[in-house]
Design a binder for this molecule. Structure first.
Ligand code: NAD
Length: 497
């Protein structure tokens, strides 16, 4: 750690601040940390490390900004948040360059998927807040009284996100939190903090009042821990790993702060005997997207024994044609793994699986393109209770198991601690019947990745607590209040029930 010298980083010609953003201004720190690119391990620059004094300043700023921001009408917030969305779009090239260099996300995916979605994450929830306003006015009429049900902003919200999709996941939380009238402190991931910093520029240009959005960069152990321990916060919205979630839930318990936890996955990718083999294989190859660093990927291929050979043959053809390389190139389909430590972790999982008897159908080792690239890998001959079947690898490593009956399939699909997503390929009625028995937060039939901001997103079991999306996001970021107005004059009485 050292003092930050140059407050700006320049990446592919785009300038981004390395400082915190607190109370509408950039704030330096006496300590900083370096940011590396997963593409080639070059140092991109240093960014300020959030110390307890920055956490305190950010929470104070958010607390001070809360009364005025929450008192604005949803319509007034909508106007500002739409400008925020426009300012995100106006910086599209910079967001693409930063996240591609910083997190290794495909530039093409940033351009066509993530940046438009980041804008929508803000504007959709700003619009949705207008119906929240309607709901707040929705009365429950009884003989005795009118119950006016209101959704009040909860207060100061802490948002903590991981490195695999920082812009998408941060805006997905930020949109509803701000639209509901909360003020926010974002703690970006330390391995990929730069797009969150640029969000502050967009917010400032849009005229978001000082203190409504604060960004404090830093590590989980120092900055994140100080944020979630503070008694002044009203909500914690976290996406990340199970061990961190347990730690955060423990810290939140000290002040009984509600947490939304979006965690890891080990989702089944089911191929029934009546599936379209080619379509299933093409989609299965997509599980290597973002080098497998995708929480909702279907990483356990569960294939009917009768079609195993046909499926493997079809999938191999797709995997052989994947272009692995620099995420900034248009043709690239699979980019790097975020950090050398993560590469070692992925390697370790594969080595231990092979030592335990797994057969490598393809891949299994680092890719020749560079130190942080790993071959798309498929392992079979794996036991249901083995580490490779039970643990989230978060890399380009899938397992393949076969089943003979639907009962066997359901047992295998549900016999893991996780329950985030799933994919089921097969004749629609059959696949849907199977989907109903899989214990998971969502499951795609003959498809993958179709999402809608109005639909619930989240996991069962160790994959999380709570749901995000549409009304579910607002339920979390609001306190529901019942204002009871009697219809007849109220006469106080001790015998009154
Ligand atoms: P992580 O849990 O290590 O870190 C996530 C965030 O938590 C980071 O910003 C980190 O700094 C912070 N953090 C760490 N310790 C903390 C502490 N003590 N107090 C407060 N904050 C702390 O996760 P990661 O390695 O960055 O991300 C990968 C994980 O995220 C995987 O398990 C993946 O499945 C999960 N993920 C889930 C979803 C989802 O929507 N369910 C989406 C993407 C990623």
């Amino acid at each position: 750690m050292h003092t930050i010298h140059d407050s700006n980083l320049t990446i592919a010609g785009h300038v981004v601040s390395g400082l915190h953003y607190i109370n509408g201004t950039r704030v330096a720190s006496s300590e900083s940390f370096e940011v590396f690119s997963p593409i080639d391990q070059r140092v991109l620059g240093s960014v300020a490390l959030g110390l307890p004094e920055h956490v305190d300043a950010a929470i104070s700023a958010a607390k001070n900004a809360f009364p005025a921001w929450s008192a604005l009408s949803p319509k007034a917030r909508q106007a500002i948040l739409h400008r925020f969305g426009d300012e995100i779009a106006a910086r599209a090239d910079a967001f693409c360059a930063l996240e591609s260099n910083d997190a290794g996300v495909l530039l093409s995916r940033m351009k066509h998927g993530v940046v438009p979605r980041a804008k929508l994450n803000i504007t959709y929830f700003a619009d949705h807040a207008l119906t929240l306003h309607d709901r707040a006015r929705r009365n429950i009429e009884t003989e005795q009284a009118t119950h006016i049900v209101k959704h009040d902003a909860a207060g100061v919200v802490v948002i903590i996100t991981p490195w695999n999709a920082p812009l998408m996941l941060t805006t997905w939380k930020l949109g509803p939190a701000l639209a509901a009238g909360n003020t926010v402190i974002v703690k970006p991931p330390e391995w990929a903090p730069l797009t969150c910093s640029l969000l502050a520029d967009a917010a400032q240009a849009a005229g978001l009042p000082a203190g409504v959005l604060n960004i404090v960069q830093g590590t989980g152990a120092v900055t994140g821990a100080a944020l979630v321990a503070d008694a002044r916060i009203a909500r914690i919205s976290f996406t990340g790993s199970v061990p961190t979630a347990k730690w955060i839930a423990g810290a939140a318990a000290a002040h009984l702060v509600p947490c939304s936890l979006e965690l890891g996955g080990k989702s089944p990718f089911i191929v029934l005997a009546d599936a379209d083999m080619d379509a299933a294989a093409a989609t299965a190859a997509l599980m290597y997207r973002n080098a497998g660093q995708v929480c909702l990927a279907g990483t356990r291929l569960l294939v009917h024994r009768s079609v195993k050979d046909a499926f493997v043959r079809a999938m191999r053809a797709y995997v052989q044609n994947l272009t692995i390389g620099d995420p900034r190139e248009d043709a690239t389909e699979v980019g790097p793994i975020i950090h050398p430590r993560q590469v070692e972790r992925v390697k370790g999982f594969v080595e231990r699986a092979v030592a335990a008897g797994a057969t490598v159908l393809w891949g299994g080792k680092p890719h020749s393109f560079g130190a942080q690239y790993f071959e798309p890998t498929l392992l079979t001959d794996v036991a249901q209770n083995s580490e490779i079947v039970q643990s989230e690898v978060f890399g380009p490593v899938l397992t393949l198991q076969t089943f003979d009956t639907d009962e066997q399939l359901i047992d295998m699909a549900n016999d893991v601690d996780y329950g985030l997503g799933g994919v089921c390929y097969g004749e629609v009625a059959h696949a849907t019947a199977i989907a109903e028995r899989v214990n998971t937060g969502f499951i795609w039939i003959n498809s993958f990745g179709i999402r809608d901001l109005a639909a619930p997103f989240g996991g069962c079991k160790r994959s999380g607590i709570g749901r995000e999306g549409g009304d579910w996001s607002f339920e979390f970021f609001c306190d529901v209040k019942d204002v009871i107005v009697p219809k007849k004059p109220f006469k106080a009485s001790f015998s009154h029930r």
